[in-house]
Design a protein around this ligand. Structure first.
Ligand SMILES: NC(=O)c1ccc[n+]([C@@H]2O[C@H](COP(=O)([O-])OP(=O)(O)OC[C@H]3O[C@@H](n4cnc5c(N)ncnc54)[C@H](OP(=O)(O)O)[C@@H]3O)[C@@H](O)[C@H]2O)c1
Length: 354
């Protein structure tokens, strides 16, 4: 990443308007139609922040959950509602995972230079559904993989960071048998590729429409959960990654070998309690650790992508005006890979740019 030596003020690259920019906003919780493209004030970066001209943002399950304020796991409903806005959303621009270019840097920022192509996470600030987002330079932001378009790169951080976190916790050894439940989702598709690159033999569980994609990504076996119960397939595993919010804990544990490791991406309260019992009273281990989404992990992902070990699976790209459709596709799971919003004017979104 380029460094800026001795600058004293915020450096800017030109944009269409000095004051107003476009963003997909929502001012009340509700169905996808609450998302609208509006003019908003252009954010200004603080001394330790960067201004990012966003090119692409993944439309994620979390964005949909926050928009509608409906969650598959409910134990954090009240604290989260207090945090994000009781009667209406406090932050009107969603979007946690993006790619784009550095448009300006605050005077204390040395890690980035204007014009750097980047990808990363917007953390609790969100705002990646807007043409410009001001974020702390210390956030998980890194150079965009040179061999990916902006759209492809935006589809990596959510699934990639969470998958890498779980795969490392699992301490996979070559030859380990790994089962990924919900392998066709954002985390699952990255988890599958990372597990394969660590030498695992992977069984992917999802629905039939995703079989071909998962086999292309390296799955050794595929189980269609609508046709077959993986717990009755007669195979046992060293590691089970469970990315399905309402799956059966008992079924996942039943296919673990002695000494096997179970990881849950989206644990219910009951699963959290049961993991403690599993760890205390059985020869298996269970964990629901949440990913920290670190800079080091993002840099590792970029290296893996540039070495050809991970590819990005984008089902569709849509312009800002079709944000409601993007959310509908994510919510109804009518997708085979990520749904990515191209941010900015269509001719500026830079989908083809590498
Ligand atoms: N722990 C963390 O730090 C963390 C961070 C981010 C997200 N999460 C959570 O982790 C989970 C996975 O995230 P994601 O972004 O990968 O979600 P996702 O993209 O929605 O993927 C879930 C996948 O599971 C499939 N599926 C649904 N029901 C299934 C079943 N009964 N058996 C097998 N597969 C099934 C879905 O396919 P169909 O619905 O099309 O059948 C989809 O392909 C989510 O619950 C998310 O909230 C955890």
């Amino acid at each position: 990443m380029g460094r800026i030596a001795g600058h004293l003020s915020v450096h800017m690259i030109p944009c269409r308007s000095n004051k107003h920019v476009k963003a997909i906003t929502y001012t009340r919780y509700g169905p996808p139609e609450v998302l609208q493209v509006n003019d908003v004030d252009k954010p200004a970066p603080g001394d330790d922040e960067v201004l990012i001209r966003v090119r692409a943002a993944e439309a994620t399950k979390s964005d949909c959950e926050l928009r509608g304020f409906r969650f598959s796991v409910n134990w954090f409903w009240l604290p989260l509602r207090i945090a994000v806005g009781v009667t209406r959303p406090r932050r009107e621009i969603l979007g946690g995972y993006f790619s784009g270019e550095i448009a300006a840097v605050g005077k204390d920022v040395t890690r980035f230079a204007v014009g750097d192509a980047v990808f990363g996470t917007a953390g609790l600030r969100m705002g990646a559904y807007g043409e410009f987002a001001a974020l702390p330079a210390a956030y998980t932001i890194a150079a965009k993989p040179a061999n990916m378009s902006f759209a492809e790169a935006a589809a990596v951080p959510l699934g990639g960071l969470n998958a890498l976190h779980f795969m490392r916790l699992a301490k996979i050894s070559p030859g380990d048998r790994v089962l990924i439940n919900g392998a066709g989702g954002s985390i699952g598709t990255h988890g599958l590729q990372i597990a394969k690159s660590m030498g695992a033999e992977v069984t992917a569980v999802d629905k039939a429409e995703k079989a071909a994609m998962l086999e292309r990504l390296g799955a050794d076996r595929f189980i269609d959960y609508q046709q077959e119960d993986f717990a009755r397939a007669g195979r046992t595993f060293d590691v089970v990654f469970d990315m399905v919010a309402r799956s059966s804990y008992r079924a996942c544990l039943s296919v673990l070998k002695p000494g096997g490791r179970y990881f849950s991406g989206n644990p219910r309260l009951s699963v959290m309690l049961r993991t403690a019992l599993t760890n205390r009273f059985t020869d298996k281990s269970a964990s629901f650790a949440f990913a920290k989404e670190t800079m080091e992990e993002l840099e590792t992902l970029r290296e893996m992508i540039e070495e050809g070990r991970i590819v990005s699976i984008v089902d569709r790209t849509l312009p800002m005006s079709e944000a409601p459709e993007a959310h509908r596709l994510v919510e109804t799971e009518k997708r085979n890979g990520a749904i990515v919003l191209l941010i900015g004017e269509p001719d500026e979104a830079g989908e083809e740019s590498k």
